[in-house]
Design a protein. Structure first.
Length: 237
């Protein structure tokens, strides 16, 4: 029988935030898939191995997803990864492919998941703790209460219309247009419309908490793992 592919959410950074199911799947699967050239530079693997040390002894499938909008290059990369996975599944091996946070939220894994299912194999998702939930916990604040809405936005798209969204705005992937995004948020904070908070590397080494947008801008350009929470000032508890 063919093996099963699992897209495993590793959570935002703290290895203690891996779910019991994620730990079990990682322990049981004979093959581990990573979205990087090797385990030494794979953030997800570095987190997972702290919770499940035995994955370091398992067979590793590596696959690099290029940071590009070139659909041809992306398709080629996904095809190469899927071919490696299909070989293992056909041989009857179960594969756990690592995904930071939750695979269903801007997860690079999801295209792999769909392609493998289209090929007739079985694939399942294992939920992980989303980065913005961990960030809110680190800040000691709610994301939303009562009738408040929640909007999850890739910060490099649609920031121009952020004022149209009521409730809490969660901005992810802000590194690509850091200066523009933070300048816009600083203007709204100065006008008293928003209170803005951010955490960089939440749960990881080098974690930094920013109590306002000014403190974030003063630190200069931020890395990929910076999540911003913007709340309507009168709504914050």
């Amino acid at each position: 029988m063919a093996g099963i592919l699992y897209g495993v959410g590793i959570g935002p950074g703290d290895p203690e935030l891996l779910t019991l199911k994620a730990v079990r799947i990682l322990e049981e699967c004979s093959v581990i898939g990573i979205p990087a050239e090797n385990t030494n530079i794979c953030t997800a693997f570095g987190i997972a191995k702290q919770a499940v040390p035995k994955i370091q002894e398992k067979k590793i499938i590596s696959g690099v997803i290029p940071m590009t909008r070139d659909e041809n290059k992306l398709e080629e990369a996904y095809q190469q990864i899927c071919q490696k996975i299909e070989t293992e599944l056909t041989a009857g091996e179960n594969v756990a492919f690592l995904n930071l946070g939750d695979p269903t939220i801007y997860g690079t894994y999801m295209k792999i998941h769909k392609k493998i299912i289209e090929k007739g194999y079985r694939a399942e998702l294992v939920s992980g703790v989303p980065s913005f939930c961990a960030v809110a916990a680190r800040l000691g604040m709610d994301i939303a209460t009562g009738e408040e809405s929640i909007h999850i936005l890739p910060a490099c798209y649609g920031i121009e219309e952020i004022e149209k969204y009521n409730g809490t705005k969660i901005l992810m992937k802000s590194a690509r247009q850091f200066d523009y995004v933070t300048k816009k948020l600083e203007e709204l904070e100065k006008e008293g419309k928003l209170e803005v908070f951010a955490v960089e590397n939440c749960g990881m080494e080098g974690e930094i908490v920013y109590p306002n947008i000014r403190s974030l801008r003063q630190q200069g350009e931020k890395g990929y793992f910076t999540t911003i929470l913007a709340k309507e000032k009168e709504k914050r508890l």
